[in-house]
Ligand binder design. Sequence first.
Ligand SMILES: *[C@@H]1O[C@H](CO)[C@@H](O)[C@H](O)[C@H]1NC(C)=O
Ligand SMILES: *[C@@H]1O[C@H](CO)[C@@H](O)[C@H](O)[C@H]1NC(C)=O
Ligand SMILES: *[C@@H]1O[C@H](CO)[C@@H](O)[C@H](O)[C@H]1NC(C)=O
Ligand SMILES: *[C@@H]1O[C@H](CO)[C@@H](O)[C@H](O)[C@H]1NC(C)=O
Ligand SMILES: *[C@@H]1O[C@H](CO)[C@@H](O)[C@H](O)[C@H]1NC(C)=O
Ligand SMILES: *[C@@H]1O[C@H](CO)[C@@H](O)[C@H](O)[C@H]1NC(C)=O
Ligand SMILES: *[C@@H]1O[C@H](CO)[C@@H](O)[C@H](O)[C@H]1NC(C)=O
Length: 339
Amino acid sequence: MPIIGTRSLRSLRVTGGILMFFLLLTLLGQFYVKNANPVLSVTSLSKRNSSSALALKADSLGSDVKGVHQNMRGNSEGNQLKGIYSKARTDRSGSAILDMMYAHSYAFHNNMTYLGACWTNPEDNRYQRVETHQHLLIGLGLAEELKFACPANFTDILDSSIYTHNGSQRWSSKWLAYIRSRVNYPERIASASHQTAVHIRRGDVDPCTRGGASIKFRYLTNAYYQAVIDTFVPTNSNVTIYSQLKSYESLGDFQKYNVFVNTSMADTWREMMTADTIILSRSSFSFVPAILNKHGTVLYAPFWIPKANGWKTVPENITKQSDFDSSRLRAAAGCGRSP
Ligand SMILES: *[C@@H]1O[C@H](CO)[C@@H](O)[C@H](O)[C@H]1NC(C)=O
Ligand SMILES: *[C@@H]1O[C@H](CO)[C@@H](O)[C@H](O)[C@H]1NC(C)=O
Ligand SMILES: *[C@@H]1O[C@H](CO)[C@@H](O)[C@H](O)[C@H]1NC(C)=O
Ligand SMILES: *[C@@H]1O[C@H](CO)[C@@H](O)[C@H](O)[C@H]1NC(C)=O
Ligand SMILES: *[C@@H]1O[C@H](CO)[C@@H](O)[C@H](O)[C@H]1NC(C)=O
Ligand SMILES: *[C@@H]1O[C@H](CO)[C@@H](O)[C@H](O)[C@H]1NC(C)=O
Ligand SMILES: *[C@@H]1O[C@H](CO)[C@@H](O)[C@H](O)[C@H]1NC(C)=O
């Protein structure tokens, strides 16, 4: 349904003369006909299909974290925007920001604006994570596209099952081009050699760790990463591994590469965003920078988050070997059966 902004009506000035008066009457007439349905009321989106344009009262679109909950009164201009809000995820930056990207992509493909992720419970002690996410988003240049904001009424938050539904549409080339056009890419040294960034998700991910909704195990072995490097990375590449202090298998196996275990997320994402080759974990952490990387070869191990257009899937013989080796590590640790 077309939305007529009140701003354009307001800007009409009747400067006198009967013609202008009739012109105004005509315009107003169209306005009321087009708005015979209650466009000006807030439409509840939750648990509902919303493929067509829906009208929501925009909030002030402020991106200041502390302002989010004060901004719920609505925009004083009274503008109507076509847009959606998502519910902010309470987990870490990789999955929280990836979820905002899903919602943004959904809005983009349905000709709507992504108005923001709403943190519905500020009493939650994880609320401070919003600040971390925002600093990362500011660093990426995406703080305006992916912001934190709430609708006037929490019932207007779109249920995540709606915007996470269509995996193939989610990372369309069109959307990728759009979101990348908004990113503030770091300067790359022209003379720099081929760079490879490898994300080895460890920490709380060990051979026993299953992924959220899926029964799939997440662990990828050291041998997996070595095989992918040997198969896909040019021999003269500068290989850097980004991992965590605590690792189930020793990262000492990678001594011939640069190994960073406690690098800030902002630095890690920046390197991954510009690398020529990125090797992913089964983790949303490395997805965000991989999605934003414009030119690199991205090597993906299948799991429950679908890959983006253009990414290479690591051949089955390598992933199957890793899954088999993980099941042996699991058996040795006595921590659960293979699926
Ligand atoms: C949502 O849309 C799908 C596909 O168009 C349809 O099959 C389904 O019944 C709709 N659900 C609701 C709740 O309208
Ligand atoms: C979005 O807008 C474009 C161009 O106006 C149109 O071609 C397309 O069908 C619209 N998509 C949806 C889902 O409404
Ligand atoms: C929020 O929306 C729901 C459903 O439309 C409604 O029942 C409720 O009264 C609204 N709450 C406020 C504070 O407007
Ligand atoms: C998912 O997206 C693809 C590609 O844009 C489209 O062809 C397909 O109809 C969509 N499916 C659903 C269920 O929306
Ligand atoms: C190799 O990568 C590391 C980590 O990003 C970087 O500090 C170093 O300057 C790079 N070396 C070359 C020769 O590109
Ligand atoms: C890891 O990095 C954090 C933040 O930079 C720092 O506070 C902490 O001391 C580091 N830990 C180790 C073991 O280096
Ligand atoms: C996987 O299979 C290819 C041939 O299809 C072979 O060249 C490669 O060495 C194999 N890799 C591993 C790690 O088994």
